[in-house]
Design a protein around this ligand. Structure first.
Ligand SMILES: [Zn+2]
Ligand SMILES: [Zn+2]
Length: 898
């Protein structure tokens, strides 16, 4: 929808869309900006320019317009107490990992907390009306601005003021009135300073007018009145109108403090600590001037480099000042901001990785490390995490309990980064040699496939600037998951299937065939569990036909059959393979038990990533940073089996979604988003509570036993646990024991024969010197010593052995030593291995001149029907014709002695 068109339409009838009671009561004047023509409302008759174009833009820096000073924590207290005083319920923040929406990884606005997707429609579910919430939001689109502009954060607190106009809630008049009083009464801003700008909002098929409110050019909040749906002109009014007022808490703090940047008053003591460390005074006049110019520059230029140039020039900073003050300052802000984001994200169960939203987290941690390296800063991340959480815990007490977990994850991730550096360095230096700088797409590929961040390339001087579109592009790529296309079946006019597996769950029942198409049928009711939530479907029979697959399409269950198909209108007898179902059920409850066991053993970051439950095996993929150790596997298994031993009842209750979320938190969404209003909560005592549509045992004891069969790190940040339960587990253990015994026996036998061989070798080695001694004493004629034939003729000494008592090891060792001691000696060893006769020939230094070992081996091998060769001093050969053994030996004899 074209926002410009809507704005034009609404602004042409301001009385209807924008003029609230407050404007009338207070005497606000509606004006059109002399520069940009936008319409705004003000009490200052002299004001002719909209906030973006006015001269007083960002004049609050160094001169705050409020009577009181509040930092980030105090600012929220002021906002909260104001709204609570005025009838609002203060709701705790929702997780920054958006578990209740499968189209978002991270919570990007406060209104997202209350949106639930049902089919293609977004519905609103408010836990109270009206309400206010300090929602931490994560946005990775403009990371390059963070630390530089003074007002961009990778995570920020959106003050959400939300109302549905009904008996409890309110609409435009009261909303704007409240916001005005918040600024003027609670924060002490002069009425004349507040400017409301007319705007519109459109998204997700609906739209409405909005009023942005500014003080001194700083947009503090935007009240959106979502009122219509459809195309402009053909639009209708929504059944449920919504007020979505979002305001930046960081900005509220900033405007009261008038510090050079919003960072200076929103991170608590951490920034000052760091400034002290590097010796910067953040309160200097120079910085106030610089960041005021930055703010003005941001209105003038799109490109951040231009904005910086503009500010540097207008303030008259020298290059030395930029390098000494501005660049280190930006670095400190970046480190502080990114760490705060990581604390929120990891506390809420996200892990840095190279998949999904984890990409962004890994990216910002790597930016932190690269910045520290670039600035040569030796900072203790653990200490910074503590300082952050100590400050944040007043507003967000839940962060306190994940302190250690955040440290563990950051330690592991930092180490991983350092480990991958040498590889990254190599790739970077290759890049440096190329003439052309990498494109944005190439940079993205490099990060995705090798984890090389552009910050790192900048650190190494491969690129001079990070392209301004890089982070936006990366963030778009990893903002949401792609959904599977749903297959379209002819189910349009069919009623919902009565799901017996959620009721009495009979294993045999009768049902009526409502529809038949292809190989599939739809019944009026069924107890066949349809594939879903990682649970495999039930098999069995319908009529005389085998059930091959069962799937769920909305509230209609489709059975795929084999061998034939009943007719529409038939009453059919249905029978479920109950043994299979029982095994699947055990495995399903087991995944819940293992999931919580793994979380207890490993850490709070463990979530179910996905699961699969068949009758004879199952697997649970969990989010975890490293491969599991043997110890961890045993511990998880032990915790799981202790839960089975306790025989805890598994209870199933249906709750209204909002009630369930409130009662149990978002940990219930282990299996993903639940697209229905009524959620089925499966609780194993208070050990594990999950929203789940699967089948479950009555008591944990029914599972009997869980056995983990294999674990594997299947992707970055995800570990697969394969397991079996019940009888399958017993069978598995039994087979495993048999295998173990067999293996032990085999390895014992192996060891024994190896031992014997070793003893034999030692014996042989011991024997060699004695034999050599005896042989060297023999100087003429032939003799046999210990089955070695010796013949000496014309001082040529010929030795030959082919006795079974000598093996290859002997021939090699003996022959070598013999010819070393007797330079006129030649040695021939003959032995059998398998069906081959092998020959080893050594010829001494002097003998080899006339008695060529290579020739001898070759000649012998030829007789044996094989091949042989080597050099004059050492040769080998062999052949298979065992009947020619004597002939070969005689050949050697004649070659050597005649
Ligand atoms: Zn303007
Ligand atoms: Zn489940």
């Amino acid at each position: 929808m074209d926002k410009k068109e809507i704005l034009k339409e609404f602004s042409s009838d301001p009385d209807r869309y924008y003029k609230v009671k407050l404007f009338e009561e207070q005497g606000f004047i509606r004006k059109s900006c002399l520069k940009c023509k936008r319409f705004f409302w003000t009490l200052d008759s002299g004001r002719n320019l909209c906030p973006d174009d006015a001269d007083d833009t960002y004049s609050f820096i160094g001169d705050p317009p409020t009577t009181k000073r509040f930092d980030y924590t105090q600012a929220w207290k002021e906002v909260e107490s104001f709204f609570v005083k005025n009838g609002h319920t203060s709701v705790s923040r929702y997780p920054v990992v958006c578990r209740w929406r499968d189209d978002l990884y991270f919570t990007i606005a406060s209104i997202v907390d209350f949106q639930r997707v049902m089919g293609s429609k977004v519905v609103f579910e408010f836990p109270a009306n009206p309400l206010v919430v300090p929602q931490t939001c994560l946005r990775f689109k403009d990371l390059e601005n963070v630390g530089v502009t003074g007002r961009h954060f990778s995570s920020f607190c959106m003050i959400g003021q939300h109302s549905i106009p009904n008996a409890q809630g309110y609409w435009k008049d009261e909303c704007v009135d409240l916001d005005f009083r918040l600024l003027t009464n609670q924060f002490g801003i002069k009425k004349e300073e507040v400017v409301f700008v007319e705007d519109v909002w459109a998204g997700g098929g609906s739209f409405g007018s909005s009023l942005e409110y500014f003080v001194r050019g700083l947009e503090l909040g935007n009240a959106v009145f979502t009122e219509f749906q459809g195309e402009l002109g053909k639009h209708t009014t929504l059944d449920q109108k919504i007020i979505d007022m979002g305001a930046g808490l960081e900005r509220f703090a900033w405007i009261t403090m008038g510090t050079p940047t919003a960072y200076d008053c929103c991170f608590g003591p951490i920034t000052n600590k760091l400034f002290e460390k590097i010796g910067i005074n953040s309160d200097s006049q120079l910085l106030k001037k610089y960041f005021t110019e930055i703010a003005k520059g941001l209105e003038k230029f799109d490109d951040l480099t231009e904005v910086r140039k503009y500010a540097v020039k207008n303030v008259g900073l020298t290059e030395d000042q930029v390098n000494r003050i501005i660049i280190p300052l930006e670095g400190i802000y970046l480190i502080t901001d990114h760490l705060r984001t990581l604390i929120f994200a990891i506390s809420d169960g996200a892990l840095p990785s190279n998949v999904g939203g984890g990409y962004n987290l890994r990216m910002i941690l790597r930016r932190v490390i690269a910045t520290m390296n670039r600035m040569n800063l030796k900072l203790d991340l653990d200490e910074l995490i503590d300082t952050h959480i100590d400050y944040l815990k007043e507003t967000y007490p839940e962060l306190n309990s994940s302190r250690e977990d955040v440290k563990i994850i950051l330690r592991i991730e930092s180490r991983r980064y350092e480990e991958s550096k040498s590889r990254m360095q190599k790739m970077a230096s290759n890049l440096k040699e190329k003439e052309k700088a990498p494109s944005v797409d190439e940079l993205i590929t490099m990060y995705e496939s090798d984890g090389i961040t552009p910050d790192y390339l900048k650190e190494l001087g491969v690129i001079s600037e990070i392209p301004s579109t890089f982070y936006a592009k990366l963030s778009d790529l990893h903002q949401s998951e792609k959904k599977n296309k749903v297959q379209k079946l002819p189910l349009d006019n069919l009623p919902e299937t009565e799901m017996l597996f959620y009721k009495e769950d009979p294993m045999e029942f009768e049902a009526k065939v409502l529809s038949v198409f292809d190989k599939s049928i739809v019944l009026d009711k069924t107890s066949f569990y349809a594939r879903g939530g990682g649970q495999e479907p039930d098999y069995g029979t319908i009529g005389n036909f085998k059930v091959m697959d069962v799937t769920k399409h909305g509230a209609i269950i489709v059975h795929e059959l084999e061998g034939g198909i009943p007719n529409e209108g038939d009453i059919v007898k249905c029978k479920i393979d109950s043994l299979r179902r029982n095994n699947i059920t055990k495995n399903h409850t087991s995944t819940h038990i293992l999931n919580s066991s793994a979380r207890n053993v490993l850490g709070s970051w463990v979530w179910q990533h996905s699961a699969f439950k068949e009758a004879d095996h199952a697997r649970l993929d969990i989010t975890h940073h490293s491969q599991l150790s043997e110890n961890e596997i045993n511990e998880i298994e032990n915790v799981a089996n202790s839960i089975i031993k306790k025989d805890i009842p598994v209870s199933i209750d249906n709750f209204d979604r909002g009630t369930a979320e409130k009662k149990y938190g978002f940990k219930i969404y282990q299996g993903g988003v639940v697209p229905v209003k009524l959620v089925r909560i499966v609780s194993i005592g208070d050990f594990d509570v999950e929203a789940c549509g699967g089948t479950h045992v009555k008591k944990t004891g029914d599972i009997e036993i869980i056995k983990i069969t294999k674990t594997k790190r299947i992707q970055d940040g995800v570990v697969r646990i394969e397991f079996v339960s019940g009888q399958t587990a017993f069978d598995y253990i039994k087979q495993k024991n048999i295998d173990n015994i067999k293996n032990e026996q085999e390895s014992a036998e192996k060891e024994q024969s190896q031992n014997q061989r070793d003893i034999q070798k030692i014996k042989t080695l011991e024997k060699i010197p004695i034999l050599l001694e005896q042989i060297s004493r023999h100087t003429n004629g032939s003799a046999i010593i210990d089955e070695i034939y010796i013949d000496v003729k014309n001082s040529i000494k010929f030795c030959l052995s082919f006795s079974d008592q000598y093996n290859e090891f002997f021939h090699i060792n003996f022959g070598k030593k013999l010819v070393k001691e007797n330079k006129m000696a030649t040695y021939v060893g003959v032995f059998e291995t398998g069906d081959t006769i092998r020959i080893i020939v050594y010829s001494g230094e002097d003998a080899s001149k006339t008695k060529n070992a290579g020739n001898i081996a070759k000649a012998m091998a030829e007789i044996l029907g094989g091949t042989g060769g080597g050099d004059t001093k050492f040769a080998q050969g062999g052949g298979k014709d065992t009947s020619k053994k004597d002939e070969a030996i005689n050949k050697a004899k004649t070659m050597i002695l005649e």
